[in-house]
Every structure is written in C-alpha cells, then in structure tokens.
Design a protein around this ligand. Structure first.
Ligand SMILES: [Zn+2]
Length: 468
C-alpha cells in the first residue's frame, strides 16, 4: 500500500478550496474535525501507560506488504490490460538489524539497509485483465480464476512437497468455516456456487487435477471459494479484484508460514514460532467478497495459540501496522494531547463517536464481518505515533454475545503479547519512515524473499530452533 506522501496531491486540493461551489457544498457536509483543546485533554485521559514487557523479543521478523497494478499490454491498445499483484515477504534477523544502526541508535544506515534487498525478490502474480483471455478460456473472468488457482497451487514453500502450497493453506482455512460451507477436513473445501451455472455448494479436493462442476461440467477451482471472480469484468479495469486478491494473500501468507512450521517442525514448532513475529501492512481485516476468511484466520491462530500454551509459550506475535486511513489520520489530529509512552485500545463507542462519526454503529459491533484484530493507538517513548493491531484472543466472535465480545476485545489484559508488541515496534521505529517500522517499510520498498525461496525463511527458522 502507498505511503502517506504518495496520497497527497497538493494541486488537486488547491483547486478544490478555490472553487466556491465546492466550498459551499463542503459546508453542508459533516465530517471528522480537529478536536478542541478541552476534548483533546479528555481523550488523553483514556490512554494508559504502556504495559511492561518481561518476555524476550523474537529474533526473526517476517514483514509482509503487497502492491498491485494494471498495465496496458501495448501503448496502441491501452484498454487491453494485464494485472500484477506483487507481495514482498521480508525476513529480518534482529541481530543483523542491530548492526545497521548508526548515530546513537537513532538512525539506520539507508545504504546498508538497501543492501538487504540483494538476497530478496518479491513474488509476482500476473493476471489477465481487461480484454485478455487465456487460451482455451471463454472470458476474462474464467481466465482470471484459472490463473489465480494455478498461482496458489504452484507457489510451494518446499519444492517437492505439494502440500506446502499456498492453496493447501487455503484448504486449511476454508475447512474451518462454520455453517454449511465448512468441511472440518482440510483435504476438501466447498465453494458457495459454480461461477458458470450457479449450482450451489460444490465440494472440491486438494488435488492438482482440474475439477468440474457436477451440474454443468465447467471447470471449478478451489480458490473460487474466495469469490474474487465475482468482481472481475471483461472490458473494464480489474483493480478491485486485484486489490482484493492482494489483501487476502497478505493475510494468508503468515498463516501459511505458521502452518508449515507447525506441520514440518512438529517437535520444535513452539520454540520456532515464539521466536518469530509478523508485521502485516494494514489492519487485521479482510474486505470484500473474501471477507469470510477473516473468521477462519482467527480460528486457526487461536488453535495454534492453544498449542503454544501447552509449551508455556505466549501467543504468536502478529502485528498489523497501519500507515494510512481514518484511524491514522484521526490519531495525527490528537497526538499533541497524548503523553509519551501511552497506549489506547480503541473501543467501538470511541470509534463511532470520534473516528467515523458519520457511520451508523453496526449491530454486531465494529468490523464484525471483516476484522480479526484489535486496533491500538500507541505513542512511544520518543513521541512517534503508531496505529497497530493484534489478533483477537478468541477463536470466534460468535462464541459470545456481541456486547461481551465488544468489551472483552478491548481489555488490555486479554493480550499476552501487548508489551512485547510495543517493544518490538519501538525497536524498529526509526526516523527514516513516518508511521512505519523498518521491516514493513523495507518489505514495501524492496519487497523480498519470495515464497519459493521461502525455503530460505525455513532454513533460518530451523536454525533458530537448533540454537534454542
Ligand atoms: Zn456449474
């Protein structure tokens, strides 16, 4: 996702404020405004001191950040496009990182940091887009579906193990769905309907061979369960579908690594995972037609955390860090009123009152259909501000009534990793990147170790387990 400054187009803002008709229109709108000093002080009272951390910080960090774009195939046929989703998943060793710091630890040396990209390369998923059809396919949508499934199937972390594919991870997540679409068996999943004839609930298997709809005999793909195909169009931009895919894959990748470690290093997984942290760009939420997967991710993480507990380890440290958006903009408005080393766990009431005042509060609580993590506002000891999220410490939102969930999710004491998360952010904050920590900024800038060389990630992780 872009950095803050990449959004700012100062010229267009200038045009707007000089246009009297638009000014008049804006006067009639209601939107978030800067709080008064009195309000600011009141808000600062809601913040608490950052909780102490007594745990050792993980030494390995994986930062994930994606981007996407659509490009014309040739300049003379501009509306014929291909799309790309590019995902960086960068592994940083904190020991190596410490050597990069210069000038009393306040800066990292940008040249030495840039060198870190040398061993890394991003994964790129190309897609057919507007007016492009793969050979043998009827339309853009079918071509897009085919390409997506192939990418997920072929991206394996361990080359000779088909079950180390991203698609197998998708099977694990889809099998955890509740209701009629869940299978409780990670070797099969259900798609809600056939994209060709709309036949409902088709069961598909985790096999490499092509599978067909029992009704119309058209090909159906396991990754159709993400329902991204519903947003693919034949003759227009497919940036919505590309951004949905990017969003989903950014969140599936940490689960994928966790699964691989859990399954392939069964004896030392708790040591490996407790020495590992993930940074993901953006809130812990999935939007659009694939939003259902947020609940499966939450359930999966909870299961692993229960396993971790048996080995007396804390929950897996998965941090969603927001560089832009409503919450970040809001925090920037009030940050001057907030003392250093303070944190606030955003409640639904607070969010609807101050951050998105024009949104009707949702009956089921904020983000019921999309979020799997709680947002926190943090001002560090050095005065930098961060908006970050940790996974909800529950297996499901539906297990408890809405009111109870809304209260429990904001309780600091429910997050055993909170102090650790804050210390890790502090460790990686730096003057080079505003609102970002170094790993995610690097994942963004240079992207990184691709999933296939993800084997490299595994090598490093397995080395850790031997050392401990
Ligand atoms: Zn069909």
């Amino acid at each position: 996702m872009p950095y803050k400054d990449e959004y700012a187009d100062k010229t267009s803002h200038f045009d707007i404020v000089n246009n009297p008709e638009i000014l008049k229109f804006i006067e009639e709108c209601s939107f978030i405004i800067e709080p008064s000093e009195e309000e600011g002080k009141k808000m600062s009272e809601l913040f608490i001191d950052v909780p102490q951390n007594n745990d050792t910080l993980p030494e390995k960090i994986i930062a994930i950040d994606g981007s996407y774009y659509e490009a014309s195939v040739q300049s003379r046929i501009p509306s014929t496009k291909v799309g790309y989703v590019k995902i960086g998943s960068l592994l940083i060793d904190r020991r190596q990182y410490r050597d990069l710091r210069v000038l009393n630890n306040r800066f990292v040396d940008p040249f030495r940091v840039a060198k870190m990209q040398d061993n890394n390369s991003p994964i790129t998923f190309p897609f057919p887009s507007s007016n492009i059809v793969l050979k043998g396919k009827k339309n853009v949508r079918d071509s897009f579906r085919y390409a997506m499934d192939k990418h997920l199937l072929e991206h394996r972390t361990i080359k000779d193990r088909p079950d180390s594919s991203l698609r197998t991870t998708l099977f694990h997540l889809a099998s955890l769905r509740t209701g009629e679409l869940g299978t409780n068996d990670s070797s099969k999943l259900k798609i809600h309907k056939c994209p060709s004839c709309e036949q409902e609930q088709i069961e598909l298997y985790d096999i490499p061979e092509e599978q067909y709809c029992p009704n119309c005999k058209s090909p159906v793909y396991p990754s159709d369960c993400l329902r991204i195909w519903e947003e693919v169009t034949d003759y227009q931009s497919n940036s919505v579908a590309l951004s949905r895919f990017m969003n989903v894959i950014e969140h599936i990748i940490p689960v994928h690594y966790i699964r691989i470690v859990r399954e392939y290093y069964a004896e030392s997984f708790a040591n490996i995972l407790s020495n590992l942290a993930f940074f993901i760009d953006g809130p812990l939420a999935i939007f659009g037609t694939a939003a259902w997967i947020h609940a499966s991710i939450l359930r999966y993480l909870n299961r692993i955390n229960c396993d971790m507990k048996k080995y007396r380890k804390n929950s897996i440290l998965l941090i969603g860090l927001q560089k832009a958006g409503h919450v970040v903009e809001y925090f920037n408005l009030i940050e001057n009123y907030i003392g250093n080393n303070k944190i606030f766990s955003i409640t639904d009431d607070y969010r609807y009152k101050y951050i998105t005042p024009n949104n009707e509060p949702s009956n089921n609580g904020f983000g019921y259909e999309t979020y799997y993590g709680q947002d926190f506002l943090l001002k560090t000891e050095s005065g930098r501000v961060f908006v970050f999220a940790l996974p909800y410490p529950f297996s499901s939102k539906a297990d408890q009534d809405t009111k109870c969930f809304s209260t429990e999710k904001t309780k600091y004491s429910n997050y055993d990793c909170l102090g650790k998360a804050v210390q890790l952010i502090k460790d990686f904050e730096c003057d080079l990147y505003e609102n970002a920590v170094v790993p995610i900024a690097l994942a963004h800038k240079y992207t990184a170790i691709s999933l296939e060389p993800g084997a490299k990630v595994l090598d490093l992780l397995s080395q850790t387990s031997i050392k401990r």
